[in-house]
Design a protein around this ligand. Structure first.
Ligand code: HEC
Length: 152
């Protein structure tokens, strides 16, 4: 049941934005020790933009699976994944970046959370979306910058 929900959510998400030449291509982003050390863009993320991306149903759609108290104005918060409150106390920025890039590599290979900056998103990807990521590199940096503010 949860798995079917996750598949629907991923299918709804694939609306990739344009990559910029200075961004690290997804196939070059290496997760080591559960972390992605370097910024994907070299441009610091914006927590304000990150909060919007996180709540946007056609971008991060993170709230489909996670609750975030600070965003309680948003109507629906899922519980497929753990609440993200206090997540910056549990993980470093480098670890948060790895989780958003590809949680299957960063957390566990059965993770239902979509990889937001990886080309390994499964077999049933629509043709026009092959080779694209769910989020752009800068959107990942923005989301990570927002997550880094979630301390308890
Ligand atoms: C389809 C559901 C789903 C979506 C969508 C989703 N996640 Fe997750 N997420 C999970 C699950 C499930 C876990 C628990 C770890 C696992 O998968 O084993 C998790 C774990 C996490 C963790 C680690 C939390 C902790 O306390 O250890 C972070 C951080 C996170 N997600 C951030 C995000 C962000 C940011 C987005 C949107 C860009 C997002 N997630 C979208 C399901 C989801």
């Amino acid at each position: 049941m949860k798995r079917a929900l996750a598949a629907t959510i991923v299918a709804a998400l694939m609306s990739a934005g344009a990559a910029r030449s200075e961004d690290a291509p997804p196939q070059d982003v290496k997760i080591a020790d559960m972390a992605v050390k370097a910024s994907l863009t070299g441009t610091p993320g914006s927590p304000e933009e990150g909060a919007k991306t996180l709540a946007n149903r056609s971008l991060g759609n993170c709230l489909a699976c996670h609750a975030v108290q600070a965003l309680s104005d948003e109507q629906f918060h899922g519980n497929v994944g753990p609440p993200l409150d206090g997540v910056a106390d549990r993980w470093s920025v480098e670890q948060l970046r790895a989780i958003v890039v590809d949680s299957k590599q960063a957390l566990n290979d059965e993770s239902m959370m979509p990889g937001f900056y990886t080309l390994n998103v499964g077999k049933n990807v629509r043709k026009n979306l092959v080779g694209k990521t769910i989020l752009t590199a800068q959107q990942v940096e923005d989301v990570v910058a927002y997550l880094a503010t979630l301390k308890e």
